[in-house]
Structure formats: structure tokens, C-alpha cells
Write a protein of this length. Structure first.
Length: 77
């Protein structure tokens, strides 16, 4: 059950990062998604979603590796 919960916790930020990449890609090709009024806002939202999802995923992995003692001395608290 704990593995399933960890999978769901990592799935949500992964989907956020994927949506951010899709928004940025659509902006580069000039496709405007309907609820967003401006193309530059779509790109900014895409970057924000990507960075939020990626940073959560990276922080989760860093926290897990710190607990197991698998990080270098530079990243220890």
C-alpha cells in the first residue's frame, strides 16, 4: 500500500510537468488553448507547471536518497 501511495504522490507532479511541456510546445507552434487569453501567458503557465512538477520530483528523490545515505557530503544537511 505504501508503494501505491508513493506512486500516486509522484504521478501528480509528473503529469503537471508533462502538461507544462505540452503548453510550451503548443506555444512554440502557435496553438492557443481556449481558456488562456494570450499566447505569452500560456508559455509562462507551461514553464511554471514544468518547474513545479520537476522540482517536486527532484526534491522527493533527494529526500529519499538523504534518508538512505546515498548522497555526497555536499548535499547532506
Amino acid at each position: 500500500m505504501a508503494r501505491m501511495a508513493a506512486f500516486i504522490v509522484l504521478l501528480i507532479p509528473g503529469l503537471m510537468a508533462a502538461a507544462g511541456i505540452k503548453l510550451m510546445r503548443d506555444t512554440l507552434f502557435g496553438v492557443l488553448i481556449s481558456p488562456i487569453p494570450w499566447i505569452w501567458l500560456q508559455f509562462v503557465l507551461g514553464v511554471a507547471l514544468f518547474l513545479a512538477g520537476f522540482s517536486f520530483f527532484a526534491g522527493f528523490l533527494l529526500h529519499r536518497d538523504r534518508k538512505k545515505g546515498k548522497v555526497s557530503e555536499r548535499w547532506q544537511k
